[in-house]
Ligand binder design. Structure first.
Ligand SMILES: Cc1cc2nc3c(=O)[nH]c(=O)nc-3n(C[C@H](O)[C@H](O)[C@H](O)COP(=O)(O)O)c2cc1C
Length: 388
């Protein structure tokens, strides 16, 4: 029996997780394609996705791929939504399969803000953000036909529109509850809408949603509060993800260390399920202020901390043993190793982490559900016996 700490049980939101390994939220764009990319049918989970999640359900916690809850929050072809009863029913099948394998599953709620393209937004024909600041032209966004196109200048949300986006999150949370999700992860990372409100680089508002740290945090706070007040989930079933160090989505602000320490402290007061920190620098580091580490967050946040980016079994084990983090989240390794937990437990070799061409370029099962589980050879069992 392995004595790895990452394989020990851990409690989140009053629920016991079978281990501390977390499947990262990974957009894999496998919702049923239809001929019309704007057809919401292509935003509904399917059986192939259920197989993908079931294959990885030896994880202690599964966080789903980013899932849109607003019309204007959507912007990635064949990614899922949770806005309708039909989508709720489709997600329920996935939740049930994951639960049958003993894992827990949180749905990640996504609003892309300025990283979306208006070709997705049939009604409004615009993209939105905190302020009218576009990403630099060197960054590209994906159109509704999956072409790389220049980013557009976003329209700042009015206060009424902000309230409507909050209401969309609440509506999504009610559907998530009906689908049986154990909780929700609010995607506040990677330069999407909530991050655009949090960071000084993209938030130049002069109203109650801009300026001070408290004001920039207000949008995220209202989302959490709205979900709690609706009765959909208590705060200890709402986690959130931040990327204070990252450049993804043309992000990075000089006051990020200060701002995200503030956010962590405020979310601690709300007694949320966990803080999911992209602390590793392997996805790019803006270098404008000191990188925020899990140890920094631990000083101000009382709940569970999930660490992520570039983790190996050894690094993750070290993070947990040192007390810096409680849970370890794996992305690319989980794409290519559906049985990651079993491989860790038995010291079996890993497939190398999935390369870019396997992320979302394929359709259907290829590169998605066709990664093999490890088949121990007789030699492996001899080794195991010798170890006993
Ligand atoms: C194909 C792919 C899709 C991703 N989709 C999401 C997503 O939907 N939501 C999110 O928060 N992060 C997303 N990420 C970031 C991952 O969750 C994770 O932070 C990143 O892969 C770093 O972890 P790793 O080094 O273990 O791969 C994605 C990353 C990849 C490679």
């Amino acid at each position: 029996m392995s004595n790895l700490q990452i394989l020990s049980k851990f409690t989140v939101g009053g629920q016991e997780l079978q281990n501390r390994v977390v499947l990262a939220p990974l957009t894999r764009a496998r919702c049923t394609p239809t001929e019309d990319p704007l057809d919401t049918v292509s935003r509904t989970p399917n059986d192939l996705m259920a197989t993908y999640y079931e294959q990885r359900a030896s994880a202690g916690l599964i966080i789903t791929e980013a899932t849109a809850v607003s019309e204007e929050g959507y912007g990635w072809l064949n990614s899922p939504e949770l806005r309708t009863e039909a989508q709720m029913e489709a997600w329920k099948k996935i939740v049930d399969k994951v639960h049958a394998k003993g894992s827990k599953i949180y749905v990640q709620f996504w609003n892309m803000g300025r990283q979306a393209h208006s070709s997705f937004h049939v009604e409004s024909q615009r993209v939105v953000s905190a302020s009218d600041i576009p990403m630099a032209d060197s960054f590209k966004v994906k159109s509704s036909t999956f072409e790389d196109v220049p980013p557009e200048t976003p329209v700042p949300l009015t206060v009424d529109e902000i309230q409507s986006v909050v209401a969309d999150f609440v509506h999504g949370a009610k559907l998530a509850r009906q689908a049986g999700f154990d909780g929700i992860e609010i995607h506040s990372a990677n330069g999407y809408l909530i991050d655009q409100f949090l960071q000084s680089k993209t938030n130049k508002r002069a109203d109650q949603y801009g300026g001070s740290m408290e004001n920039r945090f207000r949008f995220l706070k209202e989302i959490v509060q709205g979900i709690v007040d609706s009765g959909a989930y208590p705060s200890n079933r709402i986690g959130f993800r931040i990327s204070p160090n990252g450049v993804f989505g043309d992000m990075g602000s000089e006051d990020n260390a200060q701002m995200f320490t503030f956010v962590a402290a405020e979310m601690s007061k709300l007694k949320v399920a966990y803080l999911h920190l992209m602390d590793g620098l392997g996805f790019g580091y803006h270098g404008l202020c000191p990188a925020v580490t899990a140890a920094d967050i631990r000083k101000v946040f009382d709940g569970p901390i999930i660490c992520n980016v570039g983790l190996t079994k050894e690094i993750a084990e070290g993070m947990i043993r040192s007390g810096a983090a409680d849970l370890a989240c794996f992305g690319r390794l989980y794409i290519s190793n559906p049985d990651l937990v079993e491989r860790f437990a038995n010291d079996w070799p890993l497939e190398p982490e999935a390369a870019y061409q396997h992320w979302w370029q394929h359709v259907g099962a290829k590169g998605y559900t066709d990664w093999p589980t490890y088949k121990p050879s007789e030699e492996d069992s001899d080794d195991a016996q010798n170890d006993e």
